[in-house]
Design a protein around this ligand. Structure first.
Ligand SMILES: O=C(O)CCC(=O)C(=O)O
Ligand SMILES: [Fe+2]
Length: 424
């Protein structure tokens, strides 16, 4: 669109907004958001929200959740969402469920499941995707069918991540008989969007005790898995099959469009720089792109690590090609780096890494001082302490991602702080 045509649209929206109907305020605010004029957009969304416009209430809440043109204010975001939900918006309920996932009362909040179900019934793709992945972990045939049906509905609603999960299931015959033609058809539709096939992974269903069949019970994520201890000092643990094939694929598909050359913190300046120590690519998942499914996976990782989700830095997904590696390093941060990124959260207490695919050769994680070597297996997690119990950095936590020799290695990492890092 030309600049002139765009300006005339904005002028018309402004004239309409001057008459002050909530819909006109909302329309102008939405147009300003696409033009990155966030301060004015927030003011207009807020006015429309006060006048009772449900979508403007959701947008006001989202801007307060993510601190866009306003300071993060989670309680106020929650109030706006409750108002929008009371006015009949299932999407507002979805965001309330999303925020509840990091909260200590999550297990007792039966309404979270009801809210997600309402958003599923409204065909809201992020809710369909999260519910599909939830049912996909359950071995019951009925739940597996539900998973596929929900992925299909999300795909029809335009969700490209769900489409990738669906294609992989159809290809491998997970929860259905193998349907390679249907999978190929989906991949053909995704190709013009620049989306390639995901790595082939085959994984038995996770060993966790599933909730009741045919019932959405997201609190299943809070079950603490058995951790196999590989070393007592520093503590290194392993959990096989922590994540399901759908969850591994979700992480790879969500990260792929956001990959860039990895950076590490320069100990001198405390600033991120590209260095030979870490030659992979990675994607940091900003909370603003975090959907319910991604938050549930991160909560699962945090439960395994015995740490609150609010202590987690942004999820990082790494991708190593042959020859790429993460040379020996420690995850705790130099003092300068802590000061630049929420010093009140303290240092990196613990790390959890989950391998997302099979690596043909190489790519093991090695702890040279603790004498542990872990081979990548999809869904396998390793959890290790970076600090002594008294908070001092433990130099024995030295570890490395050995060079990949053949194939690609995908890994998801959460660096966990000593205290609260996230707002919710
Ligand atoms: O790639 C690996 O095996 C290790 C990754 C790692 O050390 C990290 O993400 O902090
Ligand atoms: Fe590390």
């Amino acid at each position: 669109m030309t600049q002139i045509a765009e300006d005339s649209i904005l002028t018309r929206l402004r004239q309409d907004a001057d008459r002050g109907t909530p819909q006109a305020l909302y329309a102008l605010a939405s147009a300003l958001v696409t033009r990155q004029q966030m301060a004015e957009a927030f003011d207009l969304h807020h006015r429309a929200a006060q006048a009772g416009h449900a979508n403007a209430q959701i947008e006001t809440a989202r801007m307060l959740m993510f601190g866009i043109a306003a300071n993060v204010d989670v309680p106020r975001a929650g109030e706006w969402l409750l108002r929008a939900e009371a006015a009949g918006s299932p999407i507002a309920g979805y965001f309330l469920a999303l925020m509840a996932v990091g909260h200590p009362s999550f297990a007792r909040e039966a309404r979270t499941n009801e809210r997600v179900l309402a958003a599923v019934n409204a065909n809201y793709p992020p809710a369909l995707r999260a519910a599909a992945i939830h049912f996909g972990r359950k071995p019951d045939e009925h739940d597996q069918t539900l998973c596929l049906q929900l992925l299909e509905r999300a795909t029809h609603a335009g969700d490209v991540v769900a489409a990738q999960l669906l294609a992989e299931r159809l290809m491998h015959g997970e929860g259905c008989i193998p349907q390679p033609e249907a999978a190929e058809e989906l991949w053909a539709q995704l190709a013009p969007l620049g989306i390639e096939r995901l790595p082939d992974i085959s994984l038995p269903l996770p060993a966790s005790t599933p909730g009741p069949s045919n019932t959405l019970a997201l609190e299943e994520v809070l079950q603490r898995p058995a951790v196999k201890l590989l070393s007592a000092g520093p503590r290194i643990g392993q959990v096989d099959g922590l994540l399901s094939a759908d969850e591994c694929r979700l992480l790879m598909a969500s990260a792929r469009p956001r990959l860039q050359r990895s950076r590490t913190i320069d100990p001198e300046t405390g600033l991120p720089v590209a260095q030979e120590i870490r030659t992979s690519s990675d994607a940091s998942i900003d909370p603003i792109v975090e959907d319910l499914a991604l938050r549930l996976v991160q909560l699962r990782m945090c439960v395994a690590a015995g740490v609150s989700l609010t202590q987690a830095e942004n999820l990082t997904v790494l991708r190593y090609e042959p020859g790429q590696e993460y040379r020996p390093h420690r995850d705790y941060r130099p003092p300068g780096a802590i000061e630049q990124d929420r010093p009140e959260a303290g240092n990196r207490l613990r790390t959890i890494c989950v391998y997302l695919n099979e690596v043909e050769a190489g790519g093991e994680t090695e702890f040279p001082i603790a004498s542990a070597v872990i081979s990548p297996e999809p869904g396998r997690a390793i959890i290790f302490d970076n600090l002594f119990p008294d908070g001092r950095p433990d130099p024995d936590s030295l570890h490395a991602g050995r060079p990949v020799q053949q194939g690609i290695k995908w890994l998801a990492t959460l660096w966990l702080r000593e205290r609260r890092y996230r707002h919710y």
